[in-house]
Unconditional design. Structure first.
Length: 116
């Protein structure tokens, strides 16, 4: 049974930092490309960053240079270091495999709120 548990969100002022964590179980973590997604109110869920099984990383233009994704396949954990946060980064953040089925399993996510 797949389980994804996100944590580390919170309320932060613009310019601040947060570090999100995701613990995965029930998936073959080591062979899957993983990603962080976010969904802001009234908007579609979008990919923020992804990392291949080999460690290659890709970022949305809106977060490039500010966010860093990393993974520990042995521990089945995914991280997202977020620096220089902006109010437009406010959203619920989720981890999942890359190109996850929108109608499939998703964890509860973690709320990130950036105040101006």
């Amino acid at each position: 049974q797949v389980q994804l548990v996100e944590s580390g969100g919170g309320l932060v002022q613009a310019g601040g930092s947060l570090r999100l964590s995701c613990t995965a179980s029930g998936i073959i973590f080591s062979i899957n490309a993983m990603a962080w997604y976010r969904q802001a109110p009234g908007k579609q869920r979008e990919v923020v960053a992804r990392i291949t099984s080999g460690g290659m990383t890709y970022y949305a233009d809106s977060v490039k240079g500010r966010f860093t994704i990393s993974r520990d396949s042995a521990k089945k954990t995914l991280k997202l270091q977020m620096n220089s946060l902006k109010p437009e980064d406010t959203a619920v953040y989720y981890c999942n495999v890359f190109q996850a089925d929108p109608e499939g399993y998703w964890g509860q996510g973690t709320q990130v709120t950036v105040s101006s």
